[in-house]
Design a protein around this ligand. Structure first.
Ligand code: GLN
Length: 540
């Protein structure tokens, strides 16, 4: 297409308005019109990446193919676009400063005073444009984290102003996502907070091109006119974004509001045919018309904040729709599970998933839940720490290694069935040093996972330091706990699968990271199906 087009998405009035979903929805619509699109996120915090953040602070850490630990919004981008992102798609203030300070030490600015403007803003601009250099994309959407007016996002806003000036209004547009609150007492939607946040942008030299207005109620024509008048945008560039039933409705709502058409007009790209959304609509139809319902117990330690397991929850939505089944997740804190109450706490569920995690807290409850699923033949899915817990349980209760544990929890344990990976032993730094990103895995024929993937060679994403200790493998396999997937290069166990059980599978990798709306993940599809079958059997 020639010149790459850049769309910046900023937020105003409050955080949590769903910039990620609006960016992903717009990306989806443009991609469905045949454009090649990627989405990136710029976050104003000082951590180099969110890998070192507690999930309670920031929700899930999403891992890309190339092993970047990123913001959970990148998960939405991938799920909506069915395309991979990379290290370059998530940049923080910390990364920008790190780059500038490294260059300063290397002498790149020799003789100069290094300052926020131009050095930090130049580095931000270089990163804004980085994905546009090799001709892969027609459109690059950049979501700016935080809200307009935050002190910490000012350099991003200034860099955005400069990019708009450098590349011109035909090539760079700014979409401002804002809130139109409804005041019950007067029965009115209020535009003033939006007027103020647009003024804030104007103070920084930026006139937004399009306003996307979040509201609980429909915004009528008078409100649109008022916003257009006070915020200097044409009335058809005031886009209403009402609260939706599911995030997957948003692309269609934005289509109805013609957000994609406004963008194309501003870029002077011919509008052409309707976007191709056949598969997307088919998914929504299935999602909204389930013929069955199941409950899955998600056992984890960050369950108070559902965002900590965002990709797992979304993978269940995709797999549920495929099976025309509504999947309800029961969020269960593993700290609440003890041997005496496990049957009661997990009762009523048709499948048990043990979530990824780190550290000692809540580990016993997870082990008890894995035992409960194994003994009662309840479909079980263990992800990362969930797999590790399942093998510790099997080691203790079936193989008789009473002290079996992971050296993450007990460094001195007698039977380190889960142990630190060899290459991790010399690592002391915490940031970005786990086994991260995509690795190949060879599946054993004749296993359930092979049947589900329908392939011998797969590739999945990882984020861990510990692994199954292969010294114990023979003993496990002799009793029916099989290594169904192995890394072909390192022999690291990637999947364990229990024989003589309807569905008991643990993966060292994170399958949830690769589930997309139009490509649900085979393991989630299989797990949901097994839970549906379990429910039918249970009710007979
Ligand atoms: N804490 C475990 C490890 O580092 C599991 C990690 C995870 O569940 N992502 O190996």
């Amino acid at each position: 297409m020639g010149q790459v087009k850049y769309i910046f998405v900023t937020g105003g009035v409050t955080s949590s308005l769903g910039k990620g979903i609006i960016s992903a929805s717009l990306g989806k619509l443009l991609a469905a019109r045949g454009l090649s699109v990627t989405i990136q996120k710029f976050d104003p915090y000082i951590n180099i990446d969110p890998g070192t953040l507690n999930p309670y602070e920031h929700g899930e850490c999403y891992v890309t193919e190339d092993g970047a630990e990123t913001d959970l919004d990148l998960g939405h981008y991938e799920r909506f676009l069915a395309a991979n992102t990379s290290q370059k798609n998530n940049v923080t203030t910390g990364r920008i400063y790190h780059n500038v300070i490294t260059k300063e030490r290397e002498g790149e600015y020799l003789g100069k005073t290094v300052q926020v403007i131009p050095h930090i803003t130049d580095e931000i601009k270089r990163n804004f444009l980085a994905l546009g250099h090799n001709g892969d994309f027609d459109v690059i959407i950049t979501e700016i984290g935080g809200s307009v007016g935050d002190i910490e996002s000012l350099p991003f806003i200034e860099a955005m102003r400069q990019v708009k000036w450098d590349l011109g209004h035909d090539n760079v547009i700014v979409i401002h996502l804002t809130l139109i609150p409804y005041l019950k007492a007067v029965g009115e939607l209020k535009t003033k907070p939006t007027q103020h946040s647009v003024k804030k942008l104007l103070e920084s030299g930026i006139q937004p091109d399009i306003l996307v207005c979040r509201s609980e109620r429909a915004i009528n024509n008078d409100i649109r006119k008022k916003l257009a008048l006070f915020c200097n945008v044409p009335i058809n560039s005031v886009i209403s974004s009402m609260d939706a039933k599911t995030i997957y409705d948003v692309p269609l709502l934005m289509r109805k509001e013609k957000l994609d058409e406004r963008v194309l007009e501003l870029f002077k790209i011919p509008i052409g045919d309707e976007p191709e959304l056949i598969q997307w609509k088919a998914f929504l139809t299935k999602l909204k018309n389930p013929t069955q319902e199941i409950s899955i117990a998600l056992v984890g330690k960050y369950v108070e904040l559902h965002d900590a397991y965002k990709s797992i929850a979304e993978a269940f939505i995709h797999a549920g729709a495929t099976n025309e089944c509504k999947v309800s997740i029961n969020w269960i804190s593993s700290e609440d599970i003890v041997q005496e109450n496990v049957a009661e706490v997990l009762a009523g569920n048709d499948g048990i998933l043990i979530a990824p995690g780190f550290g000692e807290r809540g580990i016993d409850g997870k082990i008890i839940a894995a035992k409960h699923a194994r003994e009662n033949k309840i479909p079980f899915f263990g992800i990362c720490l969930g797999l590790q817990v399942a093998v510790i349980e099997f080691g203790r209760n079936v193989l008789g290694f009473k002290d079996a544990h992971s050296t993450e929890m007990d460094q001195m344990c007698k039977d380190p069935i889960i142990d630190l990976m060899e290459e991790q032993k010399k690592i002391t730094k915490k940031g970005g040093t786990m086994r991260l990103g995509a690795y190949p895995c060879t599946l054993k024929t004749g296993t359930k996972v092979y049947e589900l993937y329908k392939s011998e060679e797969i590739s999945e994403r990882h984020r861990h330091r510990y692994e199954f200790n292969n010294e114990y493998l023979e003993k496990f396999e002799a009793r029916g706990m099989m290594a169904a997937g192995i890394n072909p290069d390192s022999s690291l166990v990637e999947i364990m699968e229990l024989k003589n059980h309807p569905w008991y599978i643990g993966t060292q990798f994170h399958p949830e990271l690769k589930s997309r709306v139009v490509e649900p993940h085979p393991l989630f599809v299989g797990f949901v199906k097994a839970a549906m079958e379990y429910k039918v059997k249970k009710e007979k």
